[in-house]
Design a protein around this ligand. Sequence first.
Ligand SMILES: NC(=O)c1ccc[n+]([C@@H]2O[C@H](COP(=O)([O-])OP(=O)(O)OC[C@H]3O[C@@H](n4cnc5c(N)ncnc54)[C@H](OP(=O)(O)O)[C@@H]3O)[C@@H](O)[C@H]2O)c1
Length: 344
Amino acid sequence: MGFKVAVVGATGNVGREMLNILEERGFPVGEVVALASRRSQGTEVSFGDRTLKVKALETYDFSDTDIALMSAGGNVSKEWSPKIGKQGCVVIDNSSAFRYDPEVPLIVPEVNPDAIEGFSKKNIIANPNCSTAQMLVALKPLHDAATIRRVVVSTYQSVSGAGKEGMDELFTQTRAVFVADPVEAKKFTKRIAFNVIPHIDVFMEDGTTKEEWKMVAETKKMLDPKIKVTATCVRVPVFIGHSEAVNLEFEKPITADEARDILREAPGCLVIDKHEDGGYITPIESAGEDATYISRIREDSTIDNGLNLWIVSDNLRKGAALNTVQIAELLVARGLIQPKQKAA
Ligand SMILES: NC(=O)c1ccc[n+]([C@@H]2O[C@H](COP(=O)([O-])OP(=O)(O)OC[C@H]3O[C@@H](n4cnc5c(N)ncnc54)[C@H](OP(=O)(O)O)[C@@H]3O)[C@@H](O)[C@H]2O)c1
């Protein structure tokens, strides 16, 4: 007996990773269906050692599908997730379309698994923004120990966070620089090759960007509405792996040694923190891995109860596909979903 799972956006960066992770973790699937836009109909994607022919979302009937893992962008999700949910198929959505809806749980399984219980109101569960997901995996155990009052975070976000077009642009521009061709910026607002861009998503009225706002709103929804968060989100010329420099102010005293011990035991966290050359993680080492890595744990002597951390994770995995599959696993583990089609 297994679940019928549809991956929507199966030809994209996150969708392909979802297929890999479903297979790697042995999710109990009876059938997996790959869906994308009409443009991709008939193309093939891998699922373990099998190949799946991609079907078009717009002609697919979800009535006998149990779970839809959505990673086809906000507009597609806004149109399709409510329709799919009404057909009795649980949607786990990677876009920001439903993250702030009070009737839609926003889940990182290591942080707020109990919030999943409310999913049946709309049959939609939201997956957080990639930068927030990895940050909260590291912050949750520290918050439980000493109560975080304020977070100051600067991100160093890879181009894969902007989809396959983002990766193509870094590759094409880098090659153009080497062969002295003109460098064209299409996906990003300025050249990304050998550069950094302090702008992700649209600008808000107060001068912050939507990506920065998401980190604030999602931390409050998932971890604690009382935490103050201020963020600066920056795109860097890295293909995979988001990094974050995080400054934390706690209510209660906590030393760097205590934080290191707590994080060593915390689910999803891996501490790499030697005070020597190379004794820390960089994004290239996080690519293809599941852990949220924490390095450079140190006290901030300029404030009471302050710590600094360096947090790195694969944005396509913990930031998106892995977290989505973990949410599906949570549904199954808690008996909140049963396969519609029983084994004959
Ligand atoms: N990348 C990250 O780090 C990350 C992290 C968290 C969340 N997310 C979210 O995950 C989603 C996908 O991101 P991505 O990086 O995988 O993007 P991507 O590589 O650009 O892939 C987009 C996918 O959506 C499909 N799609 C586009 N329009 C469609 C339509 N009208 N109907 C059906 N399918 C359609 C594409 O199919 P075609 O190939 O047929 O065009 C493709 O499979 C976005 O909502 C993004 O915000 C991404």
